[in-house]
Design a protein around this ligand. Structure first.
Ligand code: NAD
Length: 419
């Protein structure tokens, strides 16, 4: 389809900037708009001293990035991971802006991260770190400024600690400060599984577009945490055969279909299950297994020019953020693989986070059916607008998604007189 090639040595932020530039140019915006949107408006770096259980003090580095607030307050998750970098957080914040743009949510993108190894920290140390992070960023965030949520290695318990800390600082109950909370603290029904529900809808739409039946299809999922775990379960319940799953330590493969309920029962709170088995395969092997649908649901840069040619799936749906490099996107698209990019596929999380925030603000809570109905409607519309743009412009789905995602934010910047 395209002759353009991309270096594989570019980090996620540089790759994102290249596509934003191309999308803005195709939409007819000038270089000033690109200068504004290529980086977040604000990035705060914080150092958080935490008393560890053994009495020593450890100082952690964290970030909070706010990409653009022309459309509304910024919104995005907080990641606890040893490989968090400032550039990664910036790219994740930009992707959040694009997701909100595609889904039509009244937000810009934000993201946070702390460089830490939560798998080696105690429950109480993680609580102190969560609270310390909120104290460090409290001036920058709030229910009408920037609204955090869970991401890799954080969950509803971390959100509860963070909401409690913020409410104490502000001296009033602030459920709308953060989403992904437990139900009793103002969480939304359906939020836990929302990302995977959205990915499931994206898979259904992609299968329709390819004329492929979901029942009986063979699915591989890399990552078995919140996104990957629920997704494997939903695929299994829809009659697909989940032939491979993996976590940070390795993968499991059965061409006749894995017993997903059994594996979910044995998974730990960090989404690890493979350690319990012998004869595991590697995370690289999992990506090239014989299957119809491949769902990367773990971390960035997993599908690259090194393995793209060996991938056998006909549909790739990015539950993770940034799992496929630009060069691999081009190689796969040229081969006719339908790749549904992260900023459409995993938007279910932010869509239901938005519903949670709306419910918190109005103090009126919805049924799960109401949440699911609205999620389905937004996901189908998002898919259709990006798919149509890709067809009409003869471009890959990623560039099409960036075009749909960036347009409203760019227009809002113009109308505010920023550019
Ligand atoms: P999680 O912490 O619940 O699970 C992460 C999973 O990835 C675990 O199974 C872990 O073992 C695995 N993993 C970690 N490092 C790995 C590695 N190096 N190789 C292979 N597997 C590895 O996280 P999650 O919330 O499921 O997020 C997964 C992806 O989905 C991330 O890219 C995240 O940004 C994206 N996402 C999540 C949400 C959400 O609501 N949870 C929303 C949108 C996007």
């Amino acid at each position: 389809m395209s002759v353009q090639t991309y270096s594989e040595n570019l980090n996620v932020l540089t790759q994102t900037q290249l596509v934003i530039k191309e999308a803005l140019a195709k939409l007819g915006f000038g270089s000033e708009m690109y200068e504004l949107l290529k980086e977040p408006l604000r990035v705060l770096t914080v150092r958080i001293p935490i008393r560890m259980d053994d009495g020593t003090v450890k100082v952690f580095t964290g970030y909070r990035a706010q990409h653009n607030d022309a459309v509304g307050p910024t919104k995005g998750g907080i990641r606890f991971h040893p490989e968090v970098t400032e550039d990664e957080v910036k790219a994740l914040a930009i992707w959040m802006s694009l997701k909100c743009g595609i889904a039509g949510l009244p937000y810009g993108g934000g993201k946070g991260g702390i460089i830490c190894e939560p798998r080696e920290m105690s429950f109480r140390e993680l609580e102190r770190l969560s609270r310390g992070y909120v104290r460090a960023i409290s001036q920058l965030v709030g229910p009408t400024k920037d609204i955090p949520a869970p991401d890799v290695y954080t969950n509803s318990q971390y959100m509860a600690w963070m909401m409690d800390e913020y409410s104490r600082i502000r001296e009033y109950d602030s459920p709308g400060f953060i989403t992904g909370k437990p139900l009793v603290l103002g969480g939304s029904l359906g939020r836990d599984s929302a990302t995977a529900r959205g990915v499931t809808i994206a898979i259904e739409e992609a299968a329709k577009a390819k004329g492929m039946a979901l029942a009986g299809s063979r699915v591989v999922v890399q990552g078995f945490g919140n996104a990957g775990g629920y997704l494997a379960k939903f695929m299994h319940d829809k009659g697909a055969l989940v032939v491979g799953i993996s976590d940070a330590y390795g993968g499991l493969h059965d061409p006749n279909g894995l017993d997903i309920d059994y594996l979910l029962d044995r998974r730990d709170s960090f989404g690890t299950v493979s350690k319990l088995f012998k004869n595991t395969i590697t995370n690289q092997d999992i990506l090239t297994l014989d299957c119809d649908i491949l769902v990367p649901a773990a971390i960035e840069n997993q599908i690259t020019s090194q393995n793209a040619a060996a991938i056998k799936a006909k549909i790739i749906v990015e539950a993770a953020n940034g799992p496929t490099t630009l060069q691999a996107t081009r190689m796969l698209t040229d081969r006719g693989v339908l790749l549904i990019p992260d900023i459409i596929a995993n938007a279910g999380g932010v869509i239901v986070s938005y519903f949670e925030w709306v419910q918190n603000n109005q103090g009126l809570y919805w049924t799960e059916q109401e949440v699911d109905r609205r999620l389905q409607e937004i996901m189908e519309q998002s898919f259709a607008s990006v798919y149509e743009t890709a067809k009409l412009r003869k471009i890959d789905m990623r560039l099409a998604a960036y075009m749909v995602g960036v347009r409203r934010m760019a227009e809002a910047c113009q109308l505010r007189g920023w550019v």
